[in-house]
Design a binder for this molecule. Sequence first.
Ligand code: ZN
Length: 205
Amino acid sequence: MDEQNYTDLLKKVKSSVQKREEMKRFQIPKPETITEGKLTIIKNFRDIVGVINRDESHIYKYLIKQFGLSGDVADGRLIFKGKPPEGSIEKAFQEYLRIYVQCYECGNFDTEMIRENRNELIRCKACGAERPLFAHKEIKYTEGKIEEGKTYDLEITDLNRDGDGISIKGDTTVIIPGAKKGQKVTVRIDRIRKNYALGILVKKA
Ligand SMILES: [Zn+2]
């Protein structure tokens, strides 16, 4: 191998390592919860906030509202005055990530909230896609994991940049080419990827 090729190869390896490092950074910590008397405390609140790059008080207010409790942020910990139902804190965090953080194109969480002509947008630092902040505001959280090859009745709640329909099923964003916003459709799940599933339009309602 000549020297030029070797240098190119080194560059390639380096950039792939860097990419992996970036992915690692976006391992979002799970909320660590403890109780002290009547208080429920998320010990690592500030760590989570730091990773997802959103305003601390924004996340705080969102969570407080979900549980109808009062609370406080002190020393990087979020303190609820009361006890949210078992498992609900984690679920509320996931919901927050879906609404305010996640890119609907590539699934990445490395995004920023920006304001453009009075609209708030989520811009992905990984793929450059943008979406309106409240694209999924009306979505009700539904239980259930999806499986490849199975069919589901879904409602198209949004479109992605390519004009493909988007629906949320449980924890998964389903992308359905050819479906239009507002349609109720039957979809067969073709492929499940880490951050989304690809659905084939079987029937329009
Ligand atoms: Zn993206």
